[in-house]
Design a protein around this ligand. Structure first.
Ligand SMILES: Cc1cc2nc3c(=O)[nH]c(=O)nc-3n(C[C@H](O)[C@H](O)[C@H](O)COP(=O)(O)OP(=O)(O)OC[C@H]3O[C@@H](n4cnc5c(N)ncnc54)[C@H](O)[C@@H]3O)c2cc1C
Length: 647
């Protein structure tokens, strides 16, 4: 109790698990048993509704998945009354208001300017993983991404994806150049990357500032590995092994051909590579274990060694032939393909793409004309679902069924049933695009062929958590000379200051005495299991962890890492938002665990087949967790339905 008080668990930061004054944490039983709500009273229709300003548990917030889980468990229809027929008919209903669903609406309207389109999404905000978080510490607006961040991809954007961004006014290269000109980061100069060794994992709590490379961003120090390691609590043997791994170019696989080396590396985890090929002391493993969390959602025990070539240490001396290799995931393949590299992000990440799509789709939803001015523009949520609007976005609405009225081959319409608050509703449409998650689709469309359903169930989305903490100041970071730390043994495995992106009129002041955001990453993986089982266990872990557990761990982590710099979590933390994504990244094929499929026979290719008037978009359909892939899949799905209409 006294430690709780020291950490500030009693402090009045915003911990809202409530929306608009109404508790949204409802279990499926109560959800299905209540009375119908009046359609005019839905939260999104009330003036002032603005979900990006909510803090506490966000991402897949409480209440958003109750219907989906009831459907999985076979309860969604059992105890509910028959759906109310809204008598609404549309040219197209889109399930999922993420970037893929919104892009599908955009592409469809481009081909049919008068189309009536309804987009259903189960969350309280549109954007799917492209979510915006806002904070006002000390009354100053700070904006950040709740999920997807950067406009970048392992491959060049397709003509369609690039074209869509361009039509929305997003020119990443030009925006990046402009933002560099107006963003002064001199205040961060000299701050270094650090590692925090925690007592539970490394025997003692110790912060070591100044890690030579391998941290976040470019190397910020001239310290050698030996100098750095000498300050750590690692044993002499572990230190010597890390220095050897990092600094010596050894061919650890002599006598093998290039192909043999790559094949072997693709069949062993990076952890096994370190232990059995490089032959490091086991104590070295925790130092690297979580380095893959951000990109893969699992640790080095579940990521193939070849995936990490050439960005991780140990490969230099192997002299591997540069270029693509067949047993690499979508993400890793991109490392070996020539492309025009750029990496730009808006302050709220790719939420701006979603916001600009909504601005383009629905008149009056957001004022302004450019990508730059959109950053400070508010969405008028009351405009999203107006009966006189050609395109409507209905939030808090979980699709439970999309079935052809009659035989799929000849039907003229699809009936769509969705649950919203405590009532089921139905609408009809000529076409349906499922821009939702693959694993949900067999439940929505039980009439799909069994082979397709099995393929849709194959991928297990990657759970992860993006936490944003609003700090009243960052003098402790400055005093310790660090801009962030890897915290490999702790609840969140990174803790970094957010380096702001200035754009348009958004130019937050960032001196150490001013408020700032810190970003933390947590992946609830379970080393020792296969990647897919780790992800399944992670879903359960995230959905059963209350906000208070996150908060306690966040406060403890800040106190231990930054305490020596004078940080007091009870005083210095202003707000916390935990963006919980139990179903996060699309599942990419991982050749440590997945077979190689012949072209056209991978689960995502089988799963995304058109079924009558229903097409499947979303990034799962590409088995690739990237924004451009979500857009490309939307384009394909729209083309399919247009071609069917024309035939
Ligand atoms: C934390 C995180 C960080 C990422 N970072 C990047 C990055 O930096 N760069 C990048 O290019 N990509 C990144 N990605 C991947 C990228 O975000 C995705 O590829 C893309 O945004 C997915 O868009 P989508 O529309 O396919 O799916 P989603 O964004 O998941 O949208 C689908 C929507 O459908 C809803 N839905 C599901 N079932 C139903 C139903 N039955 N009824 C109604 N609605 C339903 C979901 O709740 C969701 O809101 C990241 C992903 C995550 C999770």
């Amino acid at each position: 109790m006294s430690r709780d008080l020291e950490l500030g668990m009693d402090r009045p930061i915003t911990r809202r698990d409530f929306l608009d004054g109404v508790a949204v944490a409802i279990g499926s039983a109560s959800l299905l048993a209540g009375k119908a709500g009046a359609t005019t009273a839905f939260p999104q229709d009330r003036p002032g509704y603005n979900p990006p300003t909510l803090t506490g548990m966000r991402g897949s917030h409480d209440g958003s998945y109750a219907y989906a889980h009831a459907l999985r468990d076979g309860n969604a229809f059992k105890s509910a009354r028959a759906p109310v027929d809204t008598r609404e008919t549309y040219d197209l209903v889109i399930v999922g208001g993420g970037i893929s669903g919104l892009a599908a609406a955009y592409f469809y309207r481009a081909r049919n300017a008068s189309a009536k389109i309804l987009i259903l999404d189960n969350h309280d905000d549109f954007g799917g993983h492209a979510k915006r978080n806002e904070f006002r510490p000390g009354g100053r607006l700070l904006i950040t991404n709740g999920g997807t961040l950067s406009i970048e991809s392992p491959f060049d954007y397709s003509q369609e994806a690039r074209g869509l961004l361009s039509e929305l006014g997003i020119e990443p290269v030009a925006l990046e150049e402009k933002s560099e000109k107006i963003t002064d980061r001199t205040v961060f100069q000299g701050l270094q990357n650090a590692v925090f060794f925690d007592k539970e994992t490394f025997g003692t709590d110790r912060l070591v500032v100044g890690m030579p490379g391998g941290g976040r961003g470019p190397a910020t120090t001239s310290v050698t590995w030996k100098e750095f390691l000498a300050k750590t609590p690692l044993s002499e043997q572990a230190q010597a092994d890390i220095a050897r791994l990092q600094e010596e170019n050894v061919d650890y696989m002599p006598g093998l051909s290039d192909d043999e080396k790559k094949d072997r590396l693709s069949r062993m985890s990076y952890k096994d590579f370190l232990l059995n090929v490089v032959k490091v002391h086991p104590e070295v493993i925790p130092f690297y274990q979580t380095r893959t969390h951000g990109l893969y959602g699992v640790g080095i025990d579940a990521v193939g060694a070849l995936e990490l070539w050439p960005n991780f240490p140990g490969f230099e001396g192997l002299n591997l032939e540069p270029g693509p290799y067949r047993r690499l995931s979508f993400t890793a393949l991109g490392e070996h393909i020539e492309k025009q590299p750029y990496e730009y992000h808006f302050p709220d990440g790719n939420a701006t793409i979603a916001r600009l799509l909504v601005r383009s789709l629905i008149q009056g939803a957001m004022l302004g004309k450019s990508a730059e001015d959109s950053v400070l523009a508010n969405t008028d949520y009351t405009r999203l679902d107006q009966s006189d609007s050609q395109i409507r976005i209905r939030l808090g609405s979980t699709c439970l069924r999309a079935h052809h009225v009659g035989d799929a081959a000849t039907a003229k319409e699809v009936e769509i049933v969705y649950g919203r608050e405590k009532q089921l509703y139905s609408v009809r449409a000529k076409s349906v695009i499922l821009g939702c998650w693959n694993m949900m689709i067999p439940y929505l469309c039980p009439e799909l062929p069994p082979k397709q359903k099995e393929a849709l169930h194959y991928g297990v989305k990657v759970p992860l958590v993006y936490t944003a903490v609003a700090l009243r100041n960052w003098t402790a970071f400055k005093k310790l000379g660090m801009r962030g730390a890897q915290t490999p043994g702790m609840y969140h495995t990174t803790l970094n200051l957010e380096l702001p992106t200035n754009i348009g009129e958004y130019r937050p002041e960032i001196s150490p005495e001013q408020p700032i955001l810190a970003r933390m990453l947590r992946t609830p993986c379970k080393p020792g299991l296969s990647a897919r089982d780790q992800q399944r266990a992670g879903h359960a872990d995230l959905l059963s962890t209350p906000f208070s557990t996150f908060e306690r761990n966040i406060r403890d982590q800040f106190a231990r890492v930054l305490g020596p710099g004078g940080f007091d979590p009870a005083r210095d933390i202003d707000a916390i938002t935990v963006n919980r994504w139990p179903h996060g990244y699309a599942y990419e094929y991982n050749f440590l665990w997945d077979p190689e499929w012949p072209k056209g026979e991978s689960p995502c290719e089988i799963g995304r087949q058109r079924f009558g008037r229903i097409s499947i978009a979303n990034s799962d359909a590409a088995a690739a967790a990237y924004t451009d892939q979500a857009i490309d899949q939307a384009y394909r799905a729209v083309q399919e339905q247009m071609a069917r209409d024309a035939s």
